[in-house]
Design a binder for this molecule. Structure first.
Ligand code: IPM
Ligand code: MG
Length: 355
């Protein structure tokens, strides 16, 4: 089992270090190799995703990823910005299926800005298509506008597009995932306006014929954004395109009030995967030892489950995390009165001990 460890920038290095400790405590045979990615790689090699890092990722069974980005890189040309590393890994490894669970831990029900009764027991799985849509669609760029009311003016454009196989495969991923849960899928689209998403909706409905045991409903993205805060528990599996999934998964993660708790997985057809916390590099708190490592530790659990076929070890980690929460340990982001405030390292070490 070969794991590429890519800590990245900001708090990435601190939280990944704790996840590595937890993996090492399992007493299993992993080969772990660390490499630079994001701004750190740009500083050292002049590129956010150096050839050597990409090669390591491609040769590994799984990538454990921290986070990338810092304000200081915001003025670089787009291809050199840290975010390009994650987009490049997704594209090159074909990581089309992004799993973003939003789970409300019972101990943290008061961390949410929503009323506790709305989110107690919340367990949503957002499945975001990750290698198509307007994120990667060509052509894109800047030019002189060729037509319309402002013909001749400077303009910028991106292209939203999906092919049939891309929609079919992500729909299957969603229906299969729903089979292991409460057998409900909501497909989110904008079929009332966009050709791409009428196509999406039609194909999801077609694929659904192979899954008669699963209940499917369709929802427009604007309504989905509203329902997520109005009645989040009406959702189980949500499947959507790359851009809507980007936005809705941030919204869903905040329902739980604790983005520092949420892991994610991005898988390709051969179950090779990239595992990362749902949050970013948080440059404002980086280096202070206060970041919450639990999302990364839980990402390592997802890695064991999905890419390394080690369900038992995954459950062990998840139970250890529940145990430290029950013990009342909290990093600043999930702290509430009466709890024991701990830093990144103490939290990681508590999980190791609970294992
Ligand atoms: C995410 C992030 C990325 C995205 C950025 C960093 C490119 O927001 O993983 O959700 O937009 O996909
Ligand atoms: Mg995002």
């Amino acid at each position: 089992m070969k794991i590429a460890v890519l800590p990245g920038d900001g708090i990435g290095t601190e939280i990944v270090a704790e996840a590595v400790k937890v993996l090492n405590a399992l007493d299993m045979k992993f080969e772990m190799e660390t490499a630079l990615v994001g701004g750190a790689a740009y500083d050292a090699h002049g590129h956010p995703l150096p050839e050597s890092t990409l090669k390591l990722a491609m040769q590994s069974d799984a990538v454990l990823f921290g986070a990338v980005g810092d304000w200081k890189y915001d003025t670089l040309d787009r291809p050199l910005r840290p975010e390009q590393a994650i987009l490049g890994l997704r594209k090159n490894l074909g990581l089309f299926a992004n799993f973003r669970p939003a789970i409300c831990y019972k101990e943290l029900v008061n961390a949410s800005s929503l009323k506790p009764e709305l989110i107690a027991g919340l367990d949503i799985l957002i499945i975001r298509e990750l290698t198509g849509d307007i994120y990667f669609g060509q052509p894109r760029g800047r030019r002189v506008s060729p037509d319309g009311a402002f013909a001749g003016a400077e303009e910028a454009f991106d292209t939203m597009r999906y092919t049939r196989p891309e929609v079919e495969r992500i729909a299957r991923v969603a229906f299969e995932a729903a089979r292991k849960r409460s057998k409900r899928v909501t497909s989110v689209d904008k079929a009332n306006v966009l050709e791409t998403f009428q196509f999406w909706k039609d194909i999801v409905a077609e694929v659904h014929k192979d899954y008669p045991d699963i209940a499917l409903d369709h929802m427009y993205v604007d309504n989905a954004a509203m329902q997520l805060v109005k009645e989040p528990k009406r959702f189980d599996v949500v499947v959507t395109g790359n851009m809507f999934g980007d936005i809705l998964s941030d919204e869903a993660s905040m329902l739980t009030g604790s983005i520092g708790m949420l892991p994610s997985a991005s898988l390709n057809a051969s179950r090779q995967g990239l595992y990362e916390p749902s949050h970013g590099s948080a440059p404002d708190i980086s280096g202070k030892g206060v970041a919450n490592p639990l999302a990364t530790i839980l990402s390592a659990a997802m890695m064991l489950r999905f890419s390394l076929n080690q369900e038992e070890a995954a459950v062990r980690i998840e139970n250890a995390v529940k145990k430290v929460l029950a013990q009342g340990l909290r990093t600043g982001d999930i702290y509430s009165e009466g709890a024991t405030r701990v830093g990144t390292r103490e939290m990681g070490e508590a999980v190791v001990k609970a294992l």
